[in-house]
Design a protein around this ligand. Sequence first.
Ligand SMILES: [Zn+2]
Length: 307
Amino acid sequence: MPACDLCGNSGYKVLYSVPDLRFRHYEPEYSVVECLKCGHRFLSPRPTIGTISQVYPESYYAGRSASDPKQTSRYLKQAGYLPDIQGGKILDIGCAGGGWLKTLQDKGWECHGMDFIKSPYQEENIDIRHGYLPESYNRFYSESFFDVISAWGVMEHIHNPSEYFRCINWLLKDKGIFIFMVPNGDSLWSRWAYKEDIHRHLHFFRSKTLRLYTQKYGFKVKRIEYTNDIYSLPATGRGLFKRRLLKMAGAQWEEITGLPHTAALRLLGKAGSLLDYCLIHPKIEEFLGLCGNIVVVFAKENNFTGD
Ligand SMILES: [Zn+2]
């Protein structure tokens, strides 16, 4: 059982347990737990670093070509979070083929990318290194080198975010910024609707715990923006009523994600869908801070010198 990545405490309470509903593998079930000391939420137990690749089927990577129009729209939105620095140096962690960096290079940024695996859609003439950040950051780059580091949809997938915050602090210039998007652990989508990407997401960040991370690793929070707008499909909690009602009525997971076996459960599912449609709307979720994703901007305040 992993200890809390944020505070090291090993006491926690279980919030809920689910199998891999996205790819319909109905066992094993893993639990989303909350640290009793700091409130950080994480998966426990979870796939190990040695077995994590088994929960990423080939279909997970489908549709990730940089030329996909959905990607172009996402790249523009992501660029909107960048500061205006002429010739600034950026490192994108989890850059895949470097499609976003290519668009930034055309605007004058000095672009560097890093990813654990090599993408089949690799852009040419972009400096992309492959490896695990905590093991390679000080071999690949020098201290206080970057104006901006970004990580879009990365921090929730890694086993040890603390290690990443430490490395990112070392790599950033003074007042440099770290821009990242993660699922909102307090959202309807993540917390209540059984829609989290279990078993691939291992950490469920919340504004409260993000602030604790900044205090610990030498940053301050510049901005936390609740948005359903980066990806083409919003991470909405719609489906919450249907799934929760079916679960409370004793339906199996395959009935909750597919067709319920009995007429009574099918009727209950329809009633839940009606409530979802009437009561949950992506724009209202955004307004209330309950939408599925958050974009976070940290500014480096001081050098992290140790725990
Ligand atoms: Zn904790």
